[in-house]
Design a protein around this ligand. Structure first.
Ligand SMILES: CC(C)[C@H](C(=O)O)[C@@H](O)C(=O)O
Ligand code: SF4
Length: 464
């Protein structure tokens, strides 16, 4: 019987079978950030372990640094000791750290693929739930917890139980105004946030083949929001074109050998999955979340759901979500006034995302009452966007152009949406208080977020 993409990568990384379904896997890449990474490095130091293969480990500060223009590590004082600790311990162990202001710095899930650190057929882990992002390159990537992270630092291996296999096929053509973000939000809306628990997800079908490499990263990024720790897309020419020439990607004869190997990775036609689901792309419209879970999502031209008409087991959660969000059931969501627009995060802060937002902002003005932030995902994204004049387009439209980092996605650097205010955000979580205590978040694509900034309210990007 044939093998899946997941099985091929998994099997080639098993060091030993530990019994009871547990395997010891070799880890090809470990990425560290300034919250979980800094903490784990410190613990490992204290315990006297030494990373055996530091050249497979890379670090970048992203969560606890200010993104204010002209920032230094002191601009957000609580983050400074984290960065200093990360820097000192990385240097001690010979781990490459991409420091703020340097090429290579950025949100860990943006800089990994961008630098060619994330490669097809490899195992990649990070102490961060959105590590699933890297699966967009055809890598087997997991977010891991703090004790697993220390284990990887000390051994470059990890103990895992093999997940089941889940394939989602996206059939048909991508409709106007629909992006990778809308595809994954639609899927989560369909299946709910627990559907992927215990599975490794593979995204397949013609609409996935047609997605850009960056679109595939966006898609895989939200895999954790449907409960699966890993999501992946088989590598193809789109992947190889994206990776060719990147700093840490193989070069010359090594590149040719790597591509020949990568071409053997896609799922065999006769491989089996434990679960399958199909999405008809004709039914996917631009999405916007209305509640406090990524599954609380609707097409932008729909009405805010009525808990009394919803499934019985969801009524209490829907009612609480509507109350927190200050929304009335049955009313159109379009036209809901917004105070903030945040275009950034490891979901949607890459060059193609900023281009999509700039295409909407160009020649227009943001609504006077809206604070609109553009936070590029990495130093490289920022420089490339500036080289093609995107920063000017945004500034002329009244948006703020900032330094790279996680910023308002999680507000762990103090950048937050004030209580009671409403934001349209290109990030991946709309949980209670995620963008600051009392903040109300609506998740959407970069084009939809830019449209909301222009209109001053939730807007249908197809009508602009
Ligand atoms: C802080 C970090 C560990 C966390 C995660 O695991 O994802 C954060 O990045 C998030 O998005 O909630
Ligand atoms: S951008 Fe947001 S989701 Fe991504 S790693 Fe940072 S805090 Fe987590």
């Amino acid at each position: 019987m044939g093998k899946t993409l997941f099985d091929k990568i998994w099997d080639s990384h098993v060091i030993t079978d530990l019994g009871n379904g547990f395997m010891l896997l070799h880890i090809d890449r470990l990425l560290l950030h300034d919250l979980s990474g800094a903490r784990a490095l410190h613990e490992v130091m204290e315990k006297g372990y030494v990373p055996p293969q530091p050249r497979l480990i890379y670090a970048t500060p992203d969560h606890a640094i200010s993104t204010q223009p002209g920032r230094t590590e002191e601009t957000f004082p609580p983050g400074a000791p984290l960065l200093r600790g990360l820097r000192a311990n990385a240097a001690k162990f010979g781990i490459r750290l991409f420091d703020i202001g340097q090429d290579g710095n950025g949100i860990v899930h943006v800089m990994g693929p961008e630098q060619g650190l994330t490669l097809p057929g490899t195992t990649l882990v990070c102490g961060d739930s959105h590590t699933s992002t890297h699966g967009g390159m055809g890598s087997l990537a997991f977010g891991i917890g703090s004790s697993e992270l220390e284990h990887v630092l000390a051994t470059q291996t990890m103990v895992q139980r093999k997940p089941k296999r889940f394939r989602v096929q996206f059939e048909g053509k991508v409709p106007e105004g629909v992006t990778a973000k809308d595809m994954i939000l639609h899927l989560i809306g369909d299946l709910g946030t627990a559907a992927g628990t215990g599975y490794a997800v593979e995204y397949a079908g013609p609409a996935i083949r047609g997605l850009s490499a960056e679109g595939r990263l966006t898609l895989c990024n939200l895999t954790i929001e449907m409960g699966a720790r890993t999501g992946m897309v088989a590598p193809d020419d789109t992947t190889y074109e994206y990776l060719a020439g990147r700093d840490y990607a193989p070069k010359g004869a090594m590149w040719d050998r790597a591509v020949a190997h990568w071409r053997t990775l896609p799922t065999d036609p006769d491989a089996d999955f434990d679960r399958e689901h199909t999405i008809d792309m004709a039914k996917v419209a631009p999405q916007i979340t209305w509640g406090t879970s990524p599954e609380h999502v609707i097409a932008v031209d729909r009405a805010i759901p009525d808990p009394d008409k919803g499934p019985e087991d969801k009524r209490a959660a829907w009612t609480a979500a509507l109350q927190y969000q200050g929304l009335e059931p049955g009313k159109p969501i379009e036209g809901t006034k917004v105070d903030w627009v945040f275009i950034g995060s490891c979901t949607n802060s890459r060059l193609s995302d900023l281009r999509a937002a700039a295409a909407i902002a160009k020649g227009r003005q943001k609504a006077a009452h809206v604070n609109a932030w553009i936070v590029p995902g990495s130093e490289r994204v920022k420089r490339e966007a500036e080289a093609e004049g995107l920063d000017r387009i945004f500034k002329e439209a009244g948006f703020e152009w900032r330094e790279p980092g996680c910023s308002m996605c999680i507000a762990s650097n103090g950048e937050r949406v004030p209580p009671g205010q409403r934001s349209v955000s290109t990030s991946n979580r709309n949980f209670v208080g995620r963008q600051g205590p009392g903040a109300r978040t609506h998740l959407a694509s970069p084009a939809m977020a830019a449209a909301a900034a222009i209109k001053g309210a939730i807007a249908d990007v197809r009508k602009l």
